[in-house]
Design a protein around this ligand. Structure first.
Ligand SMILES: CC(C)(COP(=O)(O)OP(=O)(O)OC[C@H]1O[C@@H](n2cnc3c(N)ncnc32)[C@H](O)[C@@H]1OP(=O)(O)O)[C@@H](O)C(=O)NCCC(=O)NCCS
Length: 331
């Protein structure tokens, strides 16, 4: 077995690596939400993206049987290295994961990063997955748990009407504004600021993670990445009477191919909470999704389990649990 870095700009090498990574990361999970090779290539190759990427393969007889994806934040969290290690099922429990971890641990130290972060996906109702024992053995500890939930589409109009009426009881003079695609220039600066707050305003448990640094350039790079991946971003913002953006929600939706949409950020600023804006935003975006993308059959979302207000909105909409997304960290 030999471990080598893989050139993610080489389509053939990248395709082989991606197929092995998909097999390893997706094994035993329900319909895992994984990027296609083309979508991953867009993210990994974007020069203006917020992360640098390195990828590695464990080769046996010229075939990749284990993979590492190393993601290195560029604008914030400069001590952090986000790693995804996977071994295809037929080659597990032979020390390949351990060898990949040792390789990447050395590389991360060489890069001067001191905190390792990784995710273990635990399907609901399944036996404990190997990632738990593996991450523990690598010295990481479980810092936060998010729940992945799915909702079949369409949500009945009667339910959306009822939830909208419930939100209207408290929404007062806030106004909702909806768009598809890039954020209008008039809102871009405020909106980039809102994006920067998600990781400090949403509960992250015991994870050591700094506030993200966003500006309009990062917002535009993020929008370009989604467009290059064939995705539309559906956004709703809540605007306070004084013109301040009080909250927002986003759904990422593929224009073709995948018939599953993804809930991205939802955030209401602390001083604007208590007006049912979270519910109002989500119902409005749900309607936009169903009106614009009638072939889509589901939407998925991730929330920290301790995020009571967001979880209760999602339960009202009918989301059901699929798997735990456990965030593990060392340092
Ligand atoms: C986790 C994973 C990478 C392990 O790969 P692997 O090549 O089988 O790992 P190793 O053979 O090097 O195992 C190293 C240690 O991890 C632990 N471990 C691995 N599989 C385990 C399992 N099924 N149950 C309990 N502990 C396990 C053990 O301590 C093991 O040491 P041991 O074999 O001496 O008991 C692999 O199962 C996988 O790809 N899982 C899906 C993706 C994932 O969860 N990645 C980890 C998060 S970044």
């Amino acid at each position: 077995m030999k471990i080598s870095r893989v050139d993610h700009f080489d389509d053939t090498a990248f395709g082989a690596w991606h197929a092995a990574a998909r097999e390893g990361v997706g094994a035993g999970r329900f319909d895992p939400p994984l990027f296609s090779a083309a979508q991953s290539a867009v993210a990994f190759r974007a020069a203006d993206g917020p992360y640098d990427y390195e990828i590695y393969g464990a080769f046996v007889d010229g075939r990749i049987v284990g993979t590492v994806r190393l993601e290195l934040p560029k604008h914030d969290n400069l001590n952090l290295a986000d790693i995804e290690i996977a071994v295809v099922p037929a080659h597990r429990r032979q020390g390949i994961g351990t060898a990949l971890f040792a390789h990447i641990e050395a590389r991360v130290a060489e890069l001067g990063r001191t905190s390792l972060f990784g995710v273990v996906n635990q399907p609901i109702g399944a036996d404990e997955v190997p990632g738990v024992g593996f991450a523990t053995r690598c010295g990481l500890t479980r810092r936060n748990i998010e729940m992945r939930r799915a909702l079949d589409l369409p949500v009945a109009d009667e339910l959306l009407d009822r939830l909208e009426a419930k939100a209207a009881e408290k929404i007062g003079d806030y106004r909702l504004v909806t768009w598809t695609g890039p954020c209008p220039d008039e809102h871009a600066e405020q909106y980039a600021h809102l994006k920067s707050l998600l990781m400090s305003e949403a509960p992250v448990g015991d994870m050591d993670y700094e506030a993200e640094v966003w500006d309009v350039a990062r917002l535009r790079a993020d929008e370009k990445k989604a467009a290059d991946q064939g995705r539309d971003i559906l956004t709703v913002i809540a605007v306070a009477p004084d013109g301040v953006i009080a909250g927002h929600t986003q759904i990422g939706v593929s224009r073709e191919g995948e018939h599953r949409a993804f809930q991205w950020d939802t955030l209401v600023l602390p001083e604007h909470r208590g007006h049912r804006l979270g519910l109002a935003l989500k119902v409005a975006n749900q309607r936009a999704l169903q009106a614009g993308y009638p072939k889509h059959t589901s939407i998925e979302t991730w929330n920290a389990v301790q995020n009571g207000p967001m979880v209760s909105v999602n339960l009202e909409l009918g989301f059901r649990e699929v798997e735990r997304y456990e965030e593990w960290q060392r340092g």
